[in-house]
Write a protein of this length. Sequence first.
Length: 310
Amino acid sequence: MKDEDGSLAKILDTNRALSKTNFLSVIVPITKMAGRFENLESWLMEALECGIEVILVHDIQDEMTEIEIAVKFKTINHSKLKILEGKFESPGLTRNKGISESTGEWIAFWDADDVPNPRAAQSLLDLIQNQGGVELIVGSYEVISPSGQSLVEARDGDINGIAVNPGMWRMIFKRELMGGRSFSNSKMGEDQEFIASLKPWDLSIRFSKIVLYRYYFGGDYQLTSDGGNFKDLVHVTKRLINQLEISNSKANIFISTLIIRQIFTGFSRSGPKVKKEFVSIAALFTIKYVIFHPRRTASSVKNILKLRGK
């Protein structure tokens, strides 16, 4: 693993021409976004001008969103913009459709209600294009909440920092990693399950201190605000526990950190019925992992709690 120690000024040197190749494809799921497209509009044209292929994938669930997409985006005549539509009924299946239509050497997954930095992402890729072997880029991101904002940085060189901060929108994936893999149809935790399927503990990763993304949270429109979606998180967590059968210690530490995060989320945010299921999951996880690795578990819990405290 290598750390990115270049300054933002160097990365964003405006005198250096941006790559004209179709280097990066960005997949953006859209669901029930009527009246909330201002963030997407703020960066879309910049991304296209950087030569980034932007694939908007509309998971059709309401008529007003469909109308606004037609007015705001279908009128844009740009070779790098693709607009796909269908009834996918989950963010994962929506992303799968985008992957199937993408052509870039690298792929990123951005959300329509956040604000990424397209120029920083493309410039970072330009910097590493002659450095063979890099399979995953992990940047830093800024959290924007209703009460303020805080900067959350990637833990340089620490693979378990990805498990603690698993936001995939700050990651850029080599296209080859997509081969034979896809997102599940779960409405929660599908991103973490996908990241685990990539076996990041075996990948060559470039960590960057550059802030590639502004993540907005706290809206009542987000999937985590719907208690019914936590049932899907139960299924994802169970599948991750099954992966603990593997003997690779790096894999177990990474996956167990994801599991602990999901258990915390289930206990703190789900309804009474789902909480009972997470009690059973916690018991199974304890029997299968915690009693054999108490120190590793304590370290994971400490790191997760530190993140939540920011």
